[in-house]
Design a protein around this ligand. Structure first.
Ligand SMILES: Nc1ncnc2c1ncn2[C@@H]1O[C@H](COP(=O)(O)OP(=O)(O)OP(=O)(O)O)[C@@H](O)[C@H]1O
Length: 326
C-alpha cells in the first residue's frame, strides 16, 4: 500500500534500514552480514498527536528515530517530517524537532544548566524574546529555578532529565522525539515529566513520538501506540486494543495476615503464586481491579495490596507469537 506522504506530519512509506556488519571470525577472516534493523515500515502521525512507539530490545525503535532526525539515511522507502526529507535537509529539520534520549544527555556535563541553555540559544539562533519566553515557561513548569546554576554532573537523574527536556524545547520544535524519558526516575519525577508533556501537547499542539518500556507512560500520555518487532510494525491502534491483542493480564499482589491456602478468587482471576502470606492473583488487564479487591477484602484478612501492570515485553511477545503462528 502506498502511503500518501502529504497526509501526515510525520510520514513513512516502506522505510528500511539495513546495516552491513563485519564480524571477525578468525585470523584475517571476516564475515559480512546484513542486519535489517527496519524492514519496511509505513505509518503517518497527524500534527498534535502523541504516539507511543514501543517494542522489545533491538526491535528497531532507535534506528527509526535516528532516520526521523536525519542522523541515519534510510536504505529504502520514503519519509517526511513536517514536509522535510530528514536525510537531505538535516539542519533545516533540526529547527523543527526536539530530541531527548533518556540514557544520554545533550547538556554540557561540567557547565551550570543555564550555560547549556545559553549555548543552545546561540547554536539554534533562537530570537531573544522567544528564547526568554520558552526558558521561563520550562523553568516554571519543570521546576528548574533552583537548578539553573548547578553543574549538570551534580544533578540527580530526574533533575537532569527535566533539564534535558527543557533543552529540547527552547527552540519551540513542532515535533518532539522522546526515547525512554522516564527511565530510572522515581515515581514523583515520572509524574512531573508526564504532567509537563501532557500540558505541552495540549497547549502547544506539539507532536510527540515516545519510546518507552514503561507501559504507564503510554497509558497516561498516548491515545495511540505502535508496536515494532524485528523491524516491522506489528500493531498500530489504541492501547486498550493492544491489551486485547496480547490478552495481557495485570497482577493483584495481596499480603495476608498469615499463611493461608490459595485465595478462592472470582473467575477469571486466579492465584498464580504463593509465598508465605503473600499471594499473586492474575486478572485480565482490560478489567478494573476494584471488583476483585472488594471480593478478596470481604473474605480474607488483608495487611496490604498492590496492582502490578502487565509487562510490556510480555504483551508484545504474545502479539508476536500470535501473528507469526497465524
Ligand atoms: N550502527 C549499527 N550497526 C549495525 N547494527 C546496528 C546498528 N544500529 C543498530 N543495529 C542493529 O539494528 C537492530 C535494531 O536496533 P535498534 O537500536 O534500532 O533497536 P531498539 O528497538 O532501539 O532497541 P533498544 O530498546 O535496545 O534500544 C539491532 O539488531 C541492532 O543490533
Amino acid at each position: 500500500m502506498d502511503t500518501d506522504l502529504g497526509a501526515g506530519f510525520i510520514a513513512l512509506d516502506g522505510v528500511e534500514k539495513v546495516f552491513d556488519v563485519r564480524k571477525k571470525t578468525g585470523f584475517l577472516k571476516r564475515e559480512r552480514r546484513q542486519v535489517r534493523a527496519v524492514d519496511g515500515i509505513s505509518f503517518t502521525v497527524a500534527r498534535g498527536e502523541m504516539v507511543g512507539y514501543i517494542g522489545p530490545n533491538g526491535a528497531g525503535k532507535s534506528t527509526t528515530i535516528k532516520m526521523l532526525t536525519g542522523i541515519l539515511t534510510p536504505s529504502g522507502g520514503r519519509l517526511r517530517v513536517a514536509g522535510i526529507d530528514p536525510a537531505r535537509e538535516r539542519t533545516r529539520l533540526a529547527h523543527r524537532i526536539g530530541v531527548v534520549f533518556g540514557q544520554r544527555t545533550t547538556l554540557w556535563w561540567d557547565l551550570p544548566l543555564i550555560d547549556s541553555y545559553r549555548l543552545m540559544h546561540r547554536m539554534y539562533r533562537i530570537p531573544d524574546a522567544r528564547y526568554r519566553e520558552n526558558l521561563d515557561r520550562c523553568v516554571e513548569l519543570l521546576q528548574l529555578g533552583e537548578l539553573l546554576d548547578v553543574p549538570v554532573r551534580q544533578l540527580s537523574l530526574g533533575q537532569r532529565m527535566r533539564g534535558d527536556i527543557a533543552a529540547a524545547l527552547l527552540h519551540d520544535p513542532d515535533v518532539l522525539y522522546l526515547d525512554e524519558p522516564t527511565i530510572g526516575l522515581d515515581v514523583v519525577s515520572k509524574a512531573k515529566v508526564r504532567e509537563f508533556l501532557r500540558e505541552l501537547n495540549a497547549e502547544r499542539g506539539t507532536t510527540v513520538l515516545l519510546t518507552t518500556h514503561d507501559l504507564q507512560d503510554i497509558e497516561q500520555l498516548c491515545s495511540r501506540v505502535m508496536v515494532i518487532d524485528h523491524g516491522r510494525l506489528m500493531y498500530d491502534g489504541p492501547l486498550a486494543g493492544l491489551h486485547e491483542a496480547g490478552e495481557s493480564e495485570r497482577t493483584l499482589v495481596v499480603d495476608l495476615e498469615r499463611e493461608l491456602p490459595p485465595i478462592e478468587a472470582p473467575a477469571p482471576a486466579r492465584v498464580v503464586r504463593v509465598e508465605g502470606p503473600r499471594q499473586w492473583l492474575a486478572f485480565p488487564a482490560t478489567e478494573s481491579a476494584a471488583g476483585l479487591v472488594a471480593a478478596v477484602a470481604a473474605r480474607y484478612p488483608l495487611v496490604d495490596l498492590s496492582v502490578r501492570e502487565p509487562d510490556i515485553e510480555a504483551v508484545i511477545a504474545k502479539i508476536y507469537a500470535e501473528r507469526t503462528s497465524a
